[in-house]
Design a protein around this ligand. Structure first.
Ligand SMILES: CC(=O)O[C@H](CC(=O)[O-])C[N+](C)(C)C
Length: 307
């Protein structure tokens, strides 16, 4: 059942070598750094548009206008405001995510699961979903605080920053409150990661020219970008449920089923996909960069002769 990690696999006469857990961890961290470096300006634009108040402060007509105004007023640095926090959080999170995927391959993938002529996408998807077990304990409390800070009233903020929010939430409801949305975060990421990794492996094979073992740089970028978009398409409804649960006043909802019932009753299913365009605009370039960084790091470790 378990895939022989690092051992070349005989698949229709072709060798498919999977990176070890350690190499996956390192390359995943580098992929995560690339994701933040490329994705952060898109995130800045998204947050500026989301938080724009009609008639008050700067007004933007759309994504391009917001990017243009920010560049004109603050220069390139303006698009990278606040980049250190995601860099510190996302890099280890992606290292754990790719490590978890590697562990998942051992658990769910047959030795020939990566045979390019017969990819076992369900097995690869299960391996991808496994990554959520590794990232959720780190991510869920971070998401709870991030969502509270992003959604609070800027004129009457309850929290002054990340540390303050952690302290106040803990004081109000202990660890249970800090971890509110844990199950939602796990379900969201397990679903997204199943699509993320299985679609990436599929597209990687699709874009690999006959007789070669890997796609071109453009092939890797397109495969990564599309995998990111599919990840977000699959996870967005769960992301909406998780976020609503995490920012709700104490006692409003018991779990994401209650949030789902409430949304269906009062807003309808479209509300589950709110923020879709903003997520897509960021997803392609950010995840293209992520897989470019990941594959590049693996090649670099090969070149250095590191096992
Ligand atoms: C929510 C999230 O972190 O999605 C990742 C891609 C992205 O755009 O940040 C993918 N994954 C869930 C596999 C970490």
């Amino acid at each position: 059942m378990a895939a022989e990690v690092e051992a070349p696999q005989q698949t229709h006469g072709e060798e498919v070598k999977q990176p070890s857990h350690l190499r996956s961890f390192i390359a995943g961290g580098i992929g995560g750094t690339a994701l933040v470096v490329v994705g952060h300006p898109f995130d800045t634009v998204k947050v500026k548009i989301q938080t724009m108040t009609p008639g008050v402060g700067p007004q933007y007509t759309g994504v391009m206008d917001c990017a243009r105004q920010t560049l004109a007023q603050q220069g390139f640095r303006g698009l990278y405001n606040g980049v250190l926090a995601p860099l510190a959080g996302v890099t280890p999170m992606f290292a754990l995510c790719f490590f978890g995927y590697s562990v998942g391959k051992d658990m769910f993938c047959d030795a020939d699961a990566f045979d390019p002529h017969n990819l076992k996408l369900v097995q690869i998807g299960l391996a991808g979903a496994t990554s959520a077990a590794f990232t959720t304990p780190l991510l869920a409390p971070g998401e709870r605080v991030k969502c509270l800070l992003q959604s609070q009233d800027p004129k009457n903020p309850k929290y002054s920053g990340t540390g303050d929010a952690f302290k106040k939430i803990y004081k109000e409801g202990g660890l249970r409150s800090v971890n509110r949305g844990f199950t939602g975060t796990f379900l969201r990421d397990a679903t997204g990661s199943a699509f993320y990794f299985s679609s990436y492996e599929y597209l990687k094979v699709l874009f690999t020219p006959e007789g070669q073992t890997s796609p071109s740089v453009v092939g890797t970028l397109v495969a990564g970008g599309l995998a990111g978009m599919l990840n977000w398409t699959a996870m967005l409804p769960l992301d909406t449920l998780k976020t609503r649960l995490q920012v709700a006043p104490e006692g409003k909802y018991g779990n994401i089923h209650h949030v789902f019932a409430d949304i269906m009753r009062n807003e309808g299913p479209r509300a589950l996909f709110r923020g879709f365009s903003a997520a897509m605009v960021r997803a392609f370039p950010a995840n293209a960069a992520c897989f470019f960084g990941y594959e590049g790091a693996l090649k670099f470790m090969d070149w250095l002769g590191l096992d």
